[in-house]
Design a protein around this ligand. Structure first.
Ligand code: NAP
Ligand code: MG
Length: 403
């Protein structure tokens, strides 16, 4: 190889916690720095630094992504009571992903990473199924109430223009439960636009499913926004790309997805996307073989792994044990971010590097060298290695490719 690949604009790098923080450094040392003049604007989102900065670091990082257009994020701890004690926190800081999503206002696309040797639990799923999850509102911003006894529950809206709406939800004869949800037209419009853009960019059909037969106003509005945007803006471009958009009820979509070969973008409301992305990734083999990218309404990208910080492995790592933690989703977060940077900057060598890195990773697995989570799913003889050995094997394959 003659000299390292250069970068012109920095990537926004968001470091994280525990085992994924360890993998993060290993990936940089073994697979990036030997080949690239890596340029990043670094933000440490590890929990100690979030505590030190009163979590200001998280918003700063999100704003940096807005400025530079592309970020890559390591998995981070979302604190709970146990973490408060473990890390001596002054406050139970909010989920960094939640904070970043609120600032970037986006849609999360999750796609399984397929190899020739890991057979999905659904054998005819030969192409990836990408889940596009709306990441705003609905039950994640709900208002709940536990009704203690008889009484009347009403839905009341008071408009600033004097418009009012009032309807009985239920006349309770005894104790029960109540929930109020909302979403916003502009957020749904951004979600729909992000899905159409993503389907076009990846040349895959777009499906959107919800339950508008039951939620005629609520899910009906989602359906309408998608259809209006398709008709006004995307129909011709889709036809030209040879792809289609259609809406179907979520129960019908589930049945069709199961019978399909994959290869589509499946847009889902917030809760549906939460549940279905776990189902789809697990059916394809492993949580550690799923990429995740947040695309903002104004075209900024944040790449990450879909899994968490692999806490149990980290505790073993701290005791000096070698762990077989799977770094593939972390590698693909970097390759995705570098490729996007390359596209924005017209940097062809950087794009080629990102492609080579992904190919080297897949070929290493296909040659039989893989981490423990994959080894037991392999259709060919496999030997299970620790993370470091796995990364060195990828480095060898990558060096060959770049010669
Ligand atoms: P997790 O870190 O995804 O790990 C759950 C289990 O899945 C692990 O114990 C491991 O199973 C397996 N696993 C996940 N990723 C793996 C990998 N790369 N290689 C091998 N095995 C892998 O989820 P969690 O334990 O529920 O959460 C841990 C922390 O992560 C929490 O503090 C949570 O807040 C945080 N989290 C962060 C994000 C994010 O930043 N995007 C997402 C989810 C969770 P075995 O132990 O059986 O090997
Ligand atoms: Mg989930």
């Amino acid at each position: 190889m003659t000299g390292k690949i250069q970068m012109t604009v920095p990537l926004v790098e968001l470091d994280g916690d525990e085992m994924t923080r360890v993998l993060w450094q290993m990936v940089k040392t073994e697979l990036l720095e030997p080949f690239l003049e890596l340029k990043t604007e670094y933000y440490d989102l590890g929990l100690p630094r979030r505590e030190q900065t009163g979590d200001a670091i998280t918003s700063e990082a999100a704003h940096a992504i807005r400025r530079h257009g592309v970020g890559v994020k390591c998995a981070t701890i979302t604190p709970n009571a146990q973490r408060m004690e473990e890390y001596g926190l002054s406050r139970m800081w909010r989920s960094p992903n939640g904070t970043i999503r609120a600032i970037l206002d986006g849609t999360v696309f999750r796609q399984p990473i397929l190899t020739k040797v890991i057979r999905p639990y659904i054998p005819h799923w030969t192409k990836p199924i990408t889940i596009a999850r709306h990441s705003y509102g609905d039950i994640y911003r709900d208002t709940e109430y536990r009704v203690s006894g008889p009484g009347k529950a009403e839905l009341l809206f008071t408009g600033q223009n004097g418009e009012t709406f009032r309807e009985t939800i239920h006349n309770f004869e005894g104790p029960g439960i109540l929930q109020g949800c909302f979403n916003k037209d502009d957020s749904i419009e951004h979600f729909a636009a992000a899905c159409f853009e993503y389907a076009l960019a990846t040349r895959q059909d777009l499906w959107f499913s919800a339950k508008d037969t039951i939620m005629k106003q609520y899910d009906g509005r989602f359906k309408e926004v998608f259809q209006d945007l398709y008709d006004s803006t995307y129909r011709a471009a889709f036809a030209q790309a040879g792809i289609t958009y259609f809406y179907t009820l979520i129960d019908d979509a589930v049945a069709r997805i199961l019978r399909s070969q994959g290869g589509m973008v499946w847009a889902l409301k917030n809760y549906d996307g939460d549940v279905m992305s776990d189902l789809v990734s697990t059916a394809f083999g492993s949580l550690a073989m799923m990429t995740s990218v947040l695309v903002s309404a104004d075209g900024c990208y944040e790449f990450e792994a879909a899994h968490g910080t692999i806490t149990q492995h980290y505790y073993r790592h701290r005791k000096g044990e070698k762990t077989s933690s799977n770094p593939v989703a972390t590698i693909f977060a970097w390759s995705g971010a570098l490729r996007q940077r390359g596209k924005l900057d017209g940097n062809a060598p950087l794009i080629r590097f990102a492609d080579a890195l992904e190919q080297a990773t897949l070929e290493t697995i296909e040659s039989g060298t893989m981490t423990a989570d994959l080894a037991h799913l392999s259709t060919r003889p496999a030997h299970s290695v620790d993370s470091e050995t796995f990364l060195r094997a990828i480095r060898t394959a990558l060096t060959d490719k770049l010669q």
